[in-house]
Design a protein around this ligand. Structure first.
Ligand code: 6PG
Length: 249
């Protein structure tokens, strides 16, 4: 009998409402981690969807989050300098980091200005140093985006990065638009306490339906994100969830 996975799917009227919910989840997770352990670690995604999230975090949580106890990492980065228009770091810096009181030592940037192999090794050293682990880091919270082809972070279908079981971060080549990147690996992502997907826009409706309604999971990297014992939550706006409705979700 086919097992139908139940996903934790939350649908919002529009991208702004989605960003508000994501920011609220970030703030609540940070508060809980800081109370329990005095520190909070989060990995930020790339792409354009997080832009609104950063704006809400900066405007609504600038004072209420204890940013001096928050450590920010990235799920992936393009092999470009930090001031490059394609830099995931630049998006977060301009939208959030430059506007909040977060110590520079709490920003764990992937150094895209290096070649991807060197940047991945350096990032892995930083991860091991921060998490004080010889095994697997455990992020309190990881935000992920969803590509129309089912990629997430910079884990692409058929890439060697998908089969990495030992390393924490590896180089990854994106065929479209044809650039090198650095990405966290599946073992790290699946060791997170919580993974939150941010999915916005009609262009993601098809892939979201395949993964969430039809449970076509292991064909796509995003479908391979199954943290255990952590949780995965899918935040979609109405446009991105459109096909879910039609498939009886
Ligand atoms: C990247 C991202 C990537 C992104 C998705 C969704 O560096 O491009 O990490 O995985 O999250 O492609 O991108 P959008 O938010 O732009 O749709």
């Amino acid at each position: 009998m086919e097992t139908t996975l139940k996903h934790d799917i939350r649908v919002f009227p529009d991208p702004y409402a989605l960003a508000i919910a994501a920011a609220s989840f970030f703030a609540a997770s940070a508060s809980g981690a800081i109370v329990n352990r005095g520190i909070f670690s989060a990995a930020l995604p790339g792409g354009s969807t997080p832009r609104l999230l950063f704006r809400i975090l900066e405007s609504a949580y600038r004072e209420s989050v204890e940013w001096n106890r928050v450590h920010l990492f990235w799920t992936d980065e393009r092999a470009v300098p930090p001031d490059h228009e394609q830099s995931n770091y630049r998006l977060a810096y301009e939208g959030l980091i430059s506007k909040i009181a977060i110590p520079s030592g709490n920003i764990h940037r992937i150094r895209g200005e290096l070649n991807a192999a060197e940047a991945a090794l350096e990032y892995e050293r930083d991860l091991r140093r921060f998490f004080k682990t010889a095994v697997l880091p455990r992020f309190d919270l990881v935000f992920l985006g969803l590509g129309q082809d089912g990629h997430t972070a910079s884990l692409f279908q058929g890439s060697e990065a998908l089969s990495e079981t030992m390393r924490l971060a590896v180089p990854s080549f994106s065929k479209s638009p044809g650039n090198w990147r650095v990405t966290l690996t599946l073992p790290v992502l699946n060791n997170s306490s919580a993974v939150v997907f941010l999915v916005s826009g009609r262009s993601k409706a098809g892939i979201a339906s395949e993964i969430l309604a039809q449970n076509i999971l292991n064909r796509y990297p995003a479908g391979m994100i199954k943290p255990s014992p952590g949780k995965v939550i899918w935040l979609l706006d109405r446009e991105a969830a459109n096909s879910l409705k039609n498939s009886g979700k």
